[in-house]
Design a protein around this ligand. Structure first.
Ligand code: S3P
Length: 435
């Protein structure tokens, strides 16, 4: 297997659960937190972001913004950012550190490309293996000069300068690339257009509109007017539906469970997760829904239910890409199993998630057939206790902690600290829900 094991880290022991019950409050959405921090740092005047993600990834973004001369004050999960307008960033005295965060490096690249100075941005070992040519290509077409290791891997040296607007058709469904191009388009005079092959999460469009940019979107074509005047404001981040996914699956898996997840983001570009779970027979109820800063937010309840299983392919594979590891776990317990196709993007996430899911399945005695773009997981399999490895990947750590709840004895997760990339509170919350 291509993955290198994470350096021996913290080990969590997870015992099988009798039932899970209670109220779950989750940290702020990772995708939205990144965007609010970046946009607020280019707005005029102060912004106050409430329920900012506690994940390390979003703190990598805050670190970059600070290094670019913007005042950032943190008080628990409230972040105050003192924006100085679109031209308010200053050259960083040192290299920018994106840590483990693909969103930070790809989205910041668009903003750095429009600056009148050069920046160098790097990441950890996992990020250094992830392709950046998907953002380098459109940025080069806009006039940016970017150098990368082997022309595609971090670190990136971004020689910022004048940019032209672009009409760009995304070759892959990627919200990070869409955001990168739109962010660069803010520094170009005229209209930048992004055309998407499939709809990807639209938090950038919503957030830019909230902060005052002129942005239109219809039928997967997004048009942004360059040089927007962004104004600092107060925004609240909904809780992260991708973090909720672990508790939704845990609630479905463990007999007798009933969980209510509060104030979670229900943006339709993310909530295909709920549609998919409902379509395979899950008992999930949306208890309340409202709009907060243009984002739908609500409370959901999940109750233990046996699920049928199904197929994740095409647009659904793109929409559920972050949730597939934990859905694969559910698939192994389902009646008919789970087939995943068209998900080759899984191979270039924080780890090759097809390989890391398969390796952990093997350790617990679960049969899986991997394919270049997915996997076939037969249903009705017995979950054995095992020693799992996160391979340094937050979503793998959490997906197999959920699997361990249905094991036949105590399991361990090595490299459990990886969860902190998006969800440091995960272990505490999980242990607090045992009935
Ligand atoms: C994200 C987009 C997705 C997702 C990632 C966060 C975002 O990546 O997997 O966790 O915040 O825009 P891609 O844009 O590579 O699909």
């Amino acid at each position: 297997m291509r993955q290198t094991a994470a350096p021996a880290g913290r080990i969590e022991t997870i015992r099988p659960a009798g039932r899970l019950e209670g109220l779950v409050r989750l940290p702020g959405d990772k995708s939205i937190s990144h965007r609010y921090a970046m946009i607020a740092s280019l707005a005029e005047g102060p912004s106050r972001i409430t329920n900012f993600s506690t994940g390390a990834d979003c703190h990598s973004t805050l670190g970059c913004v600070r290094a670019l001369g913007i005042e950032v004050e943190e008080d628990g999960t409230t972040v105050k950012i003192q924006g100085r307008g679109l031209d308010g960033w200053r050259e960083s005295p040192g290299d920018l550190d994106a840590g483990n965060s693909g969103s930070t490096i790809r989205m910041m690249s668009g903003l750095l490309a429009g600056q009148p100075f050069t920046s160098r941005i790097f990441g950890d070992e996992s990020l250094s293996r992830r392709p950046m040519d998907r953002v380098m290509k459109p940025l080069a077409e806009m006039g940016a000069h970017i150098e990368a290791r082997e022309n595609r891997f971090p670190p990136l040296v971004i020689r910022g300068g004048e940019l032209h607007p672009l009409d760009y058709t995304l070759p892959v469904a990627s919200a990070q690339v869409k955001t990168c191009v739109l962010f660069a388009g803010m520094f170009a005079d005229g209209e930048t257009i992004v055309r998407e092959p499939m709809r990807s999460r639209d938090h950038t469009e919503i957030a830019l509109r909230e902060f005052g940019a002129e942005i239109r979107s219809a039928q997967r074509v997004i048009t942004l007017e360059g040089r927007p005047k962004l104004t600092g404001r107060e925004v609240i981040v909904p809780s992260d539906l991708s973090s909720a996914a672990f508790f939704l699956v845990a609630g479905l898996l463990v007999p007798g469970s009933s969980l209510v997840i509060q104030n979670v983001g229900l943006n339709p570009t993310r909530s295909s997760l709920l549609d998919f779970l409902l379509s395979i027979g899950a008992s999930i109820t949306v208890l309340r829904i409202e709009s907060v800063n243009g984002e739908p937010v609500g409370d959901i309840q999940v109750r233990h239910t046996p699920v049928r299983g199904g197929v994740i392919e095409k647009e659904l594979a793109a929409a559920l890409i972050d949730e597939i590891p934990v859905l694969a776990v559910l698939g192994a317990a389902s009646e008919q199993g789970l087939i995943v196709r068209d998900a080759q993007e899984l191979r270039i996430k924080e780890t090759d998630r097809i390989a890391t899911v398969a390796e952990n399945f093997k350790r617990m005695g679960i049969t899986v057939e991997t394919t270049p773009d997915g996997m076939i997981v037969p249903g009705r399999q017995k979950f054995r206790a095992a020693n799992f490895d996160s391979f340094g990947d937050h979503r793998i750590a959490m997906a197999f902690a959920v699997a361990a709840l249905a094991g036949d004895g105590p399991s361990t997760i090595e490299g459990a600290e990886a969860a902190s990339v998006s969800f440091p509170e995960f272990w505490g919350i999980l242990n607090g829900l045992r009935g």
